[in-house]
Every structure is written in structure tokens, then in C-alpha cells.
Design a protein around this ligand. Structure first.
Ligand code: UGA
Length: 434
């Protein structure tokens, strides 16, 4: 089979990384996005968001001549069309907004012919692929569902070396399986597990994986509430239960909880879809997962306020605004929400190594410093919201010379308590005794 020509529709997080990844594997690739500014930035080799390694991969592929970007599908003659547009939460509802997916597929229809393959990668409610297939198949093209599991901050590695590949195809559609195998040949050569299944299973694999991860985080955060009530230490507890390989230590990091553009909206959309399907009770626990997660944000706000009172007032240095390190994404970020809630009634100066601009767009009233020192300068309480390496590596003795604050509230349970205590700080952690 000759190398498939690839189009990627939607150049946000998922699509930009996927397009650059496919092009870096040597495929002739076109990234398509309706946002002209995004297309221009990507075509110049600079992603409009922070993702380690992405700019280098973009430039490599642009220089090699395998990658280009444009604002519509005009003149594109691709064999495989990946749909990578967003599926945000609908305003005023828990359900996913499928407007972009529907618009992307509708815009593709005039370009589709016999032998082409449309591959959905967006995270969608189960049943979407079946509905879209009814639009794609009359053109002679086929549809497959191939969910993506990449993590922000690790998106380049996750795209080029995923843990597994999942193909949702029509029963017996060997041609679609062969086309996807051709695209992922270099990944499959490394014995990457490949699961070939139906549309509904492929769609559910994705949302189930995210629901499981969210549940694991909220589980340990619920235990943190009991640890707080009983004087136990949730971090030692997580270490101890995590040694059991059936449980595993990963994703048992307690703190201010999960945020971002995926986990929160995916559990809500999954729950909403299960109710639509009549399985009303099946995923009721996801509502609780969401509630536990929100309560951790409340707890962080309360702890910082308590420490402010104890310090006799003053201002808070909020370290971190991104929803997680190595990302400038502030969508549903716990750190940003905590900072905004505190700033409503207190003096807050925040600092984030990468997320200042997106945070300022979302929270224009928040004071955001452009250096750590500026945030620390007048603080009486230091609060950690995102566990950036820059913060984890701080030498507390050095920090003590840069701020008058003598208390740090660790919202991510990552600071070395002994070292910070030795440097004269009281360390207040979430789910751990003081
Ligand atoms: C998540 C999934 O991990 C990916 O597999 C999936 O592909 C992606 O969503 C998606 O659906 O696109 P991501 O949103 O990049 O990836 O971030 P995660 O690494 O999952 O972290 C999510 C949130 O959970 C962050 O706010 C993080 O701080 C928090 N978290 C994570 C914890 O509070 N504790 C942990 O132990 C782990």
C-alpha cells in the first residue's frame, strides 16, 4: 500500500499534535482549522499553546515539507481524514456539545469519495459514530472511531508512542483496519497493543478510561477528607495502598483535584449520556466524583483563609494557575479557581511559569506577577496550586530570604515538609496533619 495522505480537521491540542506527529512520521499531512490565526501560527512552526516538544516537531515536519496548514479542505486530496475537533461541555447542561464535530463532518462530505476513510478521534458520547457513519457512508467513504489518550504536557510522546491503539469499525471492515494499520505501522512495529472493536465500544473505551482516572483521583481525595478528620496522613496511605499492584500508586496524588479540558467535562457528559440511554443509575457515582473534586477546591480556599487570619492578614502568593504542570491550559483549573475565589475577598498575587496569558484572559481581575519574586515579595501566605518543577525544586532556605511569609499551603502534596520546616516555614498540606 502506498503511504496514505493525511488530513487532520481541527488543530487544537489534539489535532495540532496529531498532524505534527503524522507528518513527523513522513506522511504527507494537511492540518485544517477554521481559525486563521491558529493556522498562521502553526504554519510558522509555533503552536498557539504551550506543549513541550511540539514546536520542534512542527518545525521539523514543516522543514521536511510533509506538513502544511489551511483554513478549509479546498484542494485537499487525502486518503485518511482525522476529525480532531473539540467537544466541550454545553453551556447550562452536562452534555457534550457536538456542534464542532457535526460541522466538521458536514464540511468534509463534499470532499469524500469511495476508498477514503474518515477517522473520529474526538471524545464523543456513545452513539455518535453510528450517527456520523450515516452521513459519511453515502459518499462511498468509510468511518472508523480511533479515540486518543494523549495527556497534555506529554502529548508528543503519547502521540508517537501510545500505550494502545483502539479501532472502532463496522463488523468485517478489513479495509479500514488496513488503512489505520498503514498509518500506525511504525507504532505497531513496537508491539503496541491494538484493539479492533465496534463503534460503541471504541467510544466507551475513551470515556471509561477518563472516568476511571477521575474516580481514582476523587477516591484518594475523599480519603483525604477522612484523613483530615482523623489526623491520618493521606500521602503515606496512598504510598501504602499503591504498593498493591492491583491498585497502583499512579493517579493517587491527593490535593486540590482534577481540572482541565477533559476529565471534568468527560465525566459529566458520560453521566448525561448514560441517563439519555436509560441507564440512569449506572453512573450516579460520577456525580459524587465531581462533588468530591469540587470540595477539595473549597478546602484549599478555607485552609489559605485560615492561615491568612493566623498571619494577621496580608496577601497570598499563589504559585501556579495551570490545571497541571507543563501546560498553559487553565480550562477548569483548580488552581485558577482557588486563586479567583481568594482574590474576591483578599489580596492575591499569582505566578505561573507558562499560563499567565491564558489565565489573564479568563480572569482579567486577577493580579498576575511576571516573576516568582514579584509574587512572593509582599506575601504573608504562600499557596501552591500547580506542582511545576520550578516550584518543587525551590530551595526553601532561599525562599525564606525572598518573602516574609512563614507559612506555605501545599495544595498538591509535593513539597518536602522537613526541608521547608527546617527553613522556618509552617507547612500546611491537604489531607495531612500539620
Ligand atoms: C486526561 C487523560 O489522562 C488522558 O489520558 C486523556 O487522553 C485526556 O485527559 C483527554 O481526554 O484528552 P489531561 O487532561 O492532559 O489527560 O491530564 P491528566 O494528566 O489526566 O490530569 C488531569 C487532572 O488531574 C490535572 O488537573 C491533575 O493535576 C489532576 N491529577 C492527576 C490529580 O489531582 N491527581 C493525580 O494523581 C493525577
Amino acid at each position: 500500500m502506498t503511504a496514505p495522505r493525511i488530513a487532520v480537521v481541527g488543530c487544537g491540542y489534539l489535532g495540532a499534535v496529531h498532524a505534527a506527529g503524522m507528518a513527523s512520521l513522513g506522511f504527507d499531512t494537511v492540518g485544517i482549522d477554521v481559525d486563521a490565526a491558529k493556522v498562521e501560527a502553526l504554519a510558522a512552526g509555533s503552536a498557539p499553546f504551550f506543549e513541550p516538544g511540539l514546536d520542534a516537531m512542527l518545525r521539523g515536519a514543516l522543514d521536511a515539507g510533509t506538513l502544511r496548514f489551511q483554513t478549509d479542505a479546498a484542494g485537499v486530496d487525502a486518503d485518511v481524514w482525522f476529525v480532531c475537533v473539540g467537544t466541550p461541555q454545553q453551556p447550562g447542561s452536562n452534555a457534550a456539545d457536538l456542534t464542532y464535530v457535526d460541522a466538521a463532518v458536514a464540511a468534509l462530505v463534499p470532499h469524500l469519495r469511495e476508498g477514503m476513510l474518515v477517522v473520529g478521534k474526538s471524545t464523543v458520547p456513545v452513539g455518535t459514530a453510528e450517527r456520523l457513519a450515516a452521513i459519511v457512508e453515502p459518499t462511498g467513504a468509510r468511518l472508523a472511531w480511533n479515540p486518543e489518550f494523549l495527556r497534555e504536557g506529554l502529548a508528543v510522546t503519547d502521540t508517537l508512542a501510545p500505550d494502545r491503539l483502539v479501532y472502532g469499525v463496522r463488523d468485517g471492515d478489513d479495509a479500514s483496519v488496513a488503512a489505520l494499520d498503514a498509518v500506525y505501522a511504525s507504532i505497531l512495529e513496537r508491539d503496541t497493543p491494538r484493539i479492533v472493536t465496534d463503534y460503541a465500544t471504541a467510544e466507551l473505551v475513551k470515556v471509561s478510561a477518563n472516568a476511571f482516572l477521575a474516580t481514582k483521583i476523587s477516591f484518594i481525595n475523599a480519603i483525604a477528607e477522612v484523613a483530615e478528620a482523623s489526623g491520618a496522613d493521606v500521602v503515606q496511605l496512598a504510598d501504602a495502598i499503591g504498593i498493591d499492584a492491583r491498585i497502583g500508586r499512579r493517579f493517587l496524588n491527593s490535593g486540590i483535584g482534577f481540572g482541565g479540558g477533559c476529565l471534568p467535562k468527560d465525566i459529566r457528559a458520560f453521566r448525561a449520556r448514560s441517563i439519555e440511554l436509560g441507564a440512569d443509575e449506572a453512573l450516579g457515582f460520577l456525580d459524587e466524583v465531581d462533588r468530591v473534586n469540587q470540595r477539595r477546591r473549597d478546602r484549599m480556599v478555607a485552609l489559605v483563609e485560615r492561615e491568612l487570619v493566623a498571619a494577621g492578614g496580608g496577601s497570598v502568593a499563589m504559585l501556579g494557575l495551570a490545571f497541571k504542570p507543563d501546560s498553559d491550559d487553565v480550562r477548569d483549573s483548580a488552581a485558577l479557581e482557588v486563586a479567583m475565589r481568594l482574590a474576591a475577598t483578599h489580596d492575591v498575587v499569582a505566578y505561573d511559569p507558562e499560563a499567565s496569558a491564558p489565565a489573564a484572559r479568563r480572569a482579567p481581575e486577577l493580579r498576575i506577577a511576571d516573576s516568582l519574586d514579584a509574587a512572593l515579595a509582599d506575601a504573608s501566605v504562600v499557596a501552591l496550586g500547580t506542582e511545576w518543577r520550578e516550584f518543587r525544586d525551590l530551595d526553601p532556605a532561599d525562599v525564606a530570604t525572598r518573602t516574609a511569609a512563614r507559612v506555605v499551603v501545599d495544595g498538591r502534596n509535593v513539597l518536602d515538609r522537613d526541608a521547608w520546616s527546617a527553613a522556618g516555614f509552617r507547612v500546611v498540606a491537604i489531607g495531612r496533619p500539620d
